[in-house]
Write a protein that binds this ligand. Structure first.
Ligand SMILES: [Zn+2]
Length: 65
C-alpha cells in the first residue's frame, strides 16, 4: 500500500490563488506574497485601494456573523 500525502493549499483572499505559505487575517487567508506586497504598498498607489477593499470585505463578514 502506498501512502499518499495530500498537500493542502489555501486560497489567498487577495490573489485568489492556492498558496502554501501565508497568514490568517480574520477569516481570510493571506499568502506571504500578498502580505509582503501589501506592506510595501503606499496608500497613494492604486493597488492599496484594492487591498483595502478586500480587507473591508472580511471585516464586514466578521461583523455580521
Ligand atoms: Zn496572495
Amino acid at each position: 500500500m502506498k501512502q499518499q500525502k495530500v498537500q493542502e493549499y489555501e486560497y489567498c483572499g487577495i490573489c485568489e490563488e492556492p498558496k502554501e505559505n501565508g497568514i490568517h487575517l480574520y477569516s481570510m487567508f493571506l499568502c506571504s506574497e500578498c502580505e509582503h506586497n501589501m506592506i510595501h504598498t503606499e496608500p497613494r498607489e492604486e493597488k492599496y485601494q484594492y487591498y483595502l477593499s478586500k480587507l473591508k470585505n472580511i471585516n464586514q463578514s466578521t461583523l455580521h456573523s
